[in-house]
Design a binder for this molecule. Structure first.
Ligand SMILES: Cc1ncc(COP(=O)(O)O)c(C=O)c1O
Length: 444
């Protein structure tokens, strides 16, 4: 089994000062730990707590709280935080000089993302988040009154609101499909196929949803759409750096991502991928000269922005690669199965996510029959200091669905003890219910 002592032995030639500097960032420890387990399967390493201890120590967390809401935004490891501060200091030495310098070298970041996630560097625009990425293409497509967009009731609220605004402004038709959870790729495919009409111009759906992690058959839907001349916009906010895949294999026209989720980049980072031959059909958010019509950079024209935050994506990518996409996905799945297998035998426990291999990694949802999800989330905080969010359906233009529960999103730094504390908390509620004081102070 991997241990820090073995790394210290390997690094015997290094000076104490060098080791101390490395310890501050932690990246070298992660790289060495991964090198030491390179000959083992990701599923085997997923269960090696010595290995994951090295990863946990690369963060500067508040362990008085248990963070099971990584689906919102994730903490960056120290190496990323330090890079961000470094670039910020640099920018402030003489902004017009150094900030522009950093900006000029940003191609390195685009190239790195392109290599890791499977596309060409001239098909990616760096943005501030998935909302910005997706709204660029949602609002940037020419649509006539009566043209139809098909999406789902479980797409992200801001993206649904964007289509709703276009409905009001441009008189387009927006069709929102419902589906049960968990469901199959075949079911989702058939729902879209049945819904397509001659007026359909866009299919917009998640790679995996933010609610239950429902996985969509992206490539099949994109091929279907392409065969009918329909544009595809895929919401990948929760997919990139969560489980391994190559973006070009999905065959979509546009794909929007947040990098402050599973890539662990500083908050305020995302990217927009647009397939090369689809770039001309989307207008950018802010105007550009006509000669830029075919240039992916047109989507980055937002004026002055904080280059330091963006430049630190490079270290987030290095950290992701140091763990390895397969090992990370296997660990996230292991953590999810840890709580799900412990709870699923109770007939009152409702798991709204598929536990089948290849369907779920670090995002899944669970409810307890007869227990209000918001009260349950409040109980988790009050009694166990667990930060976790309640998922409850709303009214249009928000998401509409008829299930509720807690969305459980651990991360690479989550310990087994933290996962087991969540199980213990759920078991307490199953046994004793929620104390009246919590139930009436739900905090919603
Ligand atoms: C599915 C999905 N799409 C889009 C977004 C928007 O991401 P951001 O807030 O980073 O713009 C989120 C955020 O949680 C999401 O879960």
């Amino acid at each position: 089994m991997w241990s820090r002592r073995s790394f210290l032995r390997m690094g015997g030639a290094l000076s104490t000062a060098t080791l101390a500097a490395k310890a501050v960032d932690g990246l070298s420890y992660v790289e060495a730990a991964s090198a030491a387990v390179a000959d083992r399967s990701p599923e085997d390493v997923a269960q090696d707590e010595f290995y994951w201890r090295e990863i946990q120590e690369a963060f500067t967390l508040d362990r008085t709280l248990i963070n099971l809401n990584n689906g919102n935004t994730c903490p960056s490891p120290a190496v990323v935080q330090n890079a961000c501060k470094r670039y910020m200091d640099m920018s402030n030495m003489l902004p017009v000089h150094y900030r522009s310098d950093i900006e000029r070298h940003m191609q390195t970041i685009r190239r790195g993302l392109a290599k890791e996630f499977g596309f060409d560097e001239d098909e990616v625009a760096l943005t501030r988040n998935a909302s910005e990425s997706l709204q660029i293409v949602q609002n940037g497509l020419d649509l006539q009154p009566g043209d139809e967009v098909i999406t789902t009731e479980q797409d992200y609220p801001r993206m649904l609101t964007t289509w709703d605004q276009r409905r009001r402004r441009d008189k387009i038709k927006v069709t929102r499909l419902q589906f049960p959870v968990p469901t199959t790729g075949d079911d989702l495919y058939q729902r879209f196929e049945r819904a397509i009409t001659p007026q359909t111009k866009v299919l917009h759906f998640c790679h995996i949803t933010n609610l239950t992690g429902q996985l969509f058959p992206v490539q099949r839907l994109c091929r279907l759409a392409r065969s009918r001349g329909i544009t595809t916009i895929v919401d990948g906010a929760h997919a990139i750096a969560h489980f391994p895949f190559k973006l070009r294999d999905l065959e979509c026209d546009a794909y929007g991502v947040s990098l402050h989720k599973w890539l662990l980049a500083p908050i305020g980072n995302g990217f927009l991928y647009v397939r090369r031959d689809s770039i001309p059909k989307f207008w950018p958010m802010q105007a550009v000269p006509e000669r830029q019509a075919n240039d992916i950079r047109k989507f980055e024209q937002i004026g002055t922005y904080p280059t330091a935050i963006r430049a630190a994506v490079g270290e987030a990518l290095a950290f992701h690669q140091a763990i390895g996409a397969e090992r990370k996905a296997a660990r996230l799945r292991y953590l999810t199965l840890r709580w799900a297998n412990a709870l699923k035998g109770d007939p009152r426990v409702k798991i709204h996510s598929s536990l089948e291999p290849g369907q779920t990694w670090g995002l899944a949802m669970v409810g307890i029959d007869g227990v209000d999800a918001r009260a349950l989330s409040q109980f988790m905080m009050d009694r166990y200091r667990i930060v976790i969010n309640a998922v409850v359906g709303g009214q249009p233009p928000q998401q509409v669905f008829d299930y509720s529960g807690l969305r459980v999103t651990p991360n690479v730094y989550t310990t087994l003890q933290e996962m087991d504390t969540f199980v213990e908390a759920m078991q307490e509620v199953l046994k004793k219910g929620i104390p009246a004081a919590t139930a009436t102070r739900r905090g919603d």
